[in-house]
Design a protein around this ligand. Structure first.
Ligand code: ZN
Length: 342
């Protein structure tokens, strides 16, 4: 079943245990005094999730409702000169500030924490090692946030969080099968198949940045050669051109789109997909030139009967996507833990 939401997402489904979509009726108001403790009962419309996003360049904290509305947020650039603990202090400061705003301005008390973080990531963000945040290597993020907030904490990769968000309220709304990816400083992705967000053995399913697009190409941070991330990420573009990806030439925009389209075609052929939703500052910043070139490469390389006609489209949630995705990770973890407790 799918629903057609209002522009503000008021009637939108909420992400369950990777089930997309879930009818809005699954969220029902419960406000009587005999309700079980928060996070030991299903989410209700009076709840709010403390959403945290850890990218390579900034921390963000926000409040997300079970309908996917982002009602408040703050961000802070990551200071790469700090120690692991001081860096956590900055994130904790944002989380504390959001908890105070939730109580004082919104009269809400967050019941769970959802985290989207750049990889590499252990299951449920127990240990995080964001490639672009060298101070954190195997940093025990989930435990530290749990200690800080006293709330259940659920974490996942940022690109998987974005896949949940775009399937919930964005460009893949109502779709049961799609790829979501981020082309930014790095390149990452998440796959929804048969309505389920794929986790894989260690939670890292969807790493499209390490599909080989140039067999004799540049050395990748993963140790291989010619990965999409080594050729088409913001970092790679800066090294190749000597200029930041915010100042691209027409050729670079076209080449980046072409490489992304090739990788997307491989995924569509492999997994029987016909939609890829692409976000991230590089892809969205390059705009139509990037997307036209990516679509042309996808058309050229997805030639199977089921993958022919696959589309590549911009992510729709813009800069709200990461926090709405983190909120979706919190909801998904909440529902899973309820199911496991039964
Ligand atoms: Zn690689």
């Amino acid at each position: 079943m799918t629903t057609t939401p209002e522009p503000d997402g008021a009637d939108a489904p909420t992400p369950g245990d990777g089930d997309l979509p879930r009818p809005a009726g699954a969220v029902s108001p419960v406000d009587d005094a005999t309700s079980p403790a928060p996070a030991e009962r299903p989410p209700t419309l009076g709840d709010v999730i403390l959403a945290l996003d850890v990218s390579g360049t900034k921390f963000a904290a926000g409040l997300v409702t079970p309908r996917g509305e982002l009602i408040d947020r703050i961000t802070r650039p990551i200071d790469h000169g700090l120690t692991a603990n001081d860096l956590f202090g900055h994130l904790a400061g944002l989380a504390d500030a959001m908890l105070v705003r939730a109580a004082d301005h919104h009269h809400l008390g967050p019941v769970v924490v959802g985290v989207g973080a750049a990889g590499l990531l252990g299951p449920n963000a127990e240990a995080v090692s964001p490639l672009n945040v060298p101070a954190w290597r195997e940093f025990p993020l989930r435990a530290r946030l749990s200690e800080l907030t006293g709330l259940p904490v659920f974490g996942d990769l940022d690109a998987k969080a974005l896949a949940l968000a775009e399937g919930w309220l964005g460009a893949a709304q109502g779709r049961q099968n799609f790829l979501a990816m981020v082309v930014s400083t790095g390149v990452s992705g998440g796959v929804v198949l048969n309505g389920q967000l794929l986790d894989g053995a260690t939670g890292n399913a969807g790493h499209i940045g390490h599909i080989i697009v140039e067999p004799t190409g540049r050395r990748c941070s993963c140790g291989s050669r010619g990965c999409l991330e080594a050729e088409a990420s913001g970092r790679a573009i800066e090294i190749i051109t000597g200029r930041p990806p915010s100042e691209p030439s027409y050729e670079i925009m076209q080449r980046t789109g072409d490489l992304v389209g090739r990788a997307v075609a491989s995924v569509c052929n492999l997994l029987d997909l016909d939609l890829a939703v692409v976000g991230g500052a590089v892809a969205l910043g390059f705009g139509a030139t990037f997307f036209n070139s990516a679509q042309a490469a996808l058309d050229q390389h997805s030639r199977l009967e089921f993958s022919r006609g696959a589309r590549i489209t911009p992510a729709r949630l813009g800069d709200r996507g990461p926090l709405i995705g983190a909120g979706a990770v919190g909801l998904r973890g909440w529902r899973r833990s309820l199911r496991a407790a039964r």
